[in-house]
Design a protein around this ligand. Structure first.
Ligand code: F0G
Length: 345
């Protein structure tokens, strides 16, 4: 069958090929990732006294920033002849790995902490046909196990310990600089396994830029802030419920080299930023993503004139968290009087 070239957006790898480890003949597994919107947050800007932009990474194909790294990790796995890709995940990496594996015709296996991932992410991983394994343990244990497994078997590990993941994720820094004409003073970003802050810093350095990297961990899962692993991390922001980040050292390097900081925000602060973004900026992100804005509100812009907050995942990923935070719906009888009362009252 002769399949015509589809009309489509350029894949992330093609768009940034000169800055990524892929050459012209390499297979590319793409779902149209990257090129996400950057939105000026007027009310937030007023509140913190700086020009604040929101990088909407939830608008990637599977609803999180993971797709930037996954297009690279899965394309490289295909190039190397892998048949199976595997990851440990708090949910988004699982959804992304499952989708890109499906697109590539590879087997996808994801290990998740039992009962601790958001509903939307679980639905995605299952729908994309991955084998979903619920570990009776936390993310850190899952990552430790998949690392051992990938050493023993010919399975491609697509967690952010995989260099291709960072290569793909660094492209968000390029996009930010493009959209802001190269001028950015500080980047606010949630920190879990610390792959993303590492990737952004890599991108900024490669582009000759050095905004302050301001990373935020959830207070109940803040190993880098505390300076010690957390054995039983706990937070409403399930995506960053991580007690022993794989990219810990690199995150510290990024923080020091950029004169930035990695600090903690409480669950209440995260949820308050989560509601604020949805209700006053029209942007629905997941709780972990709101940690970046919670941190900006808590600690202030600290002299930065132009700030970008990375909103890492879409709000629809975690409908349960949203419904717990949101107002109630109004029941109504199907009569004009009743609807008038409901609408105008
Ligand atoms: N925000 C969201 C929505 C995430 O899913 C993650 C990580 C982070 C922030 C933190 O990024 O780990 O690079 O520091 N999620 C991983 C996962 C751990 O398995 O989906 P990080």
């Amino acid at each position: 069958m002769n399949i015509p070239a589809p009309t489509r957006s350029v894949s992330l790898i093609e768009r940034f090929r000169d800055r990524l480890p892929f050459s012209a003949g390499d297979p590319i597994v793409t779902l149209g990732e990257g090129s996400t919107p950057l939105v000026l947050a007027e009310r937030l800007s007023e509140r913190v006294g700086a020009e604040v932009h929101l990088k909407l990474e939830g608008l990637n194909p599977t609803g999180s920033f993971k797709d930037r790294g996954m297009t690279c990790a899965v394309s490289a796995a295909l190039r190397e002849g892998a048949q199976t890709v595997i990851c440990a995940s708090t949910g988004n990496t699982a959804a992304s790995a499952a989708a890109y594996a499906a697109k590539a015709g590879l087997r996808g296996v994801v290990i998740i902490p039992d009962g601790k991932i958001a509903t939307g992410k679980l639905a995605q991983a299952l729908m994309h046909g991955a084998r979903v394994i619920a570990l009776r343990g936390n993310f850190d244990q899952a990552l430790d196990l998949v690392r051992q497994l990938a050493e023993r078997h010919p399975i491609a590990l697509v967690n952010s310990v995989n260099e291709f993941r960072l290569q793909g994720q660094k492209t968000a820094a390029f996009e930010l600089l493009d959209d802001l004409d190269g001028r950015l003073d500080a980047l606010c970003i949630p920190v879990g396994n610390a792959g993303n802050i590492t990737a952004y810093w890599k991108g900024f350095v490669e582009a000759g830029s050095a905004p302050r990297m301001l990373g935020f961990q959830a207070a109940g899962a803040a190993p880098i802030v505390n300076g010690a692993p957390v054995a039983e991390p706990e937070t409403v922001a399930s995506a960053i419920r991580i007690g022993n980040p794989a990219r810990w050292e690199e995150a510290i390097d990024a923080m020091r080299a950029s004169h930035g900081a990695i600090r903690a925000v409480t669950d209440d602060e995260i949820l308050s930023a989560y509601r604020l973004l949805a209700a006053t900026e029209g942007v629905f992100c997941e709780p972990a993503s709101a940690a970046s804005v919670a941190g900006l509100i808590k600690y202030g812009a600290e002299g930065a004139e132009r700030v970008a907050c990375v909103l890492t995942g879409h709000g629809l990923k975690d409908p349960d968290a949203a419904l717990e935070q949101a107002g109630a719906v109004l029941p109504c009888e199907p009569q004009l009087r009743a609807i008038e009362r409901a609408v105008l009252g």
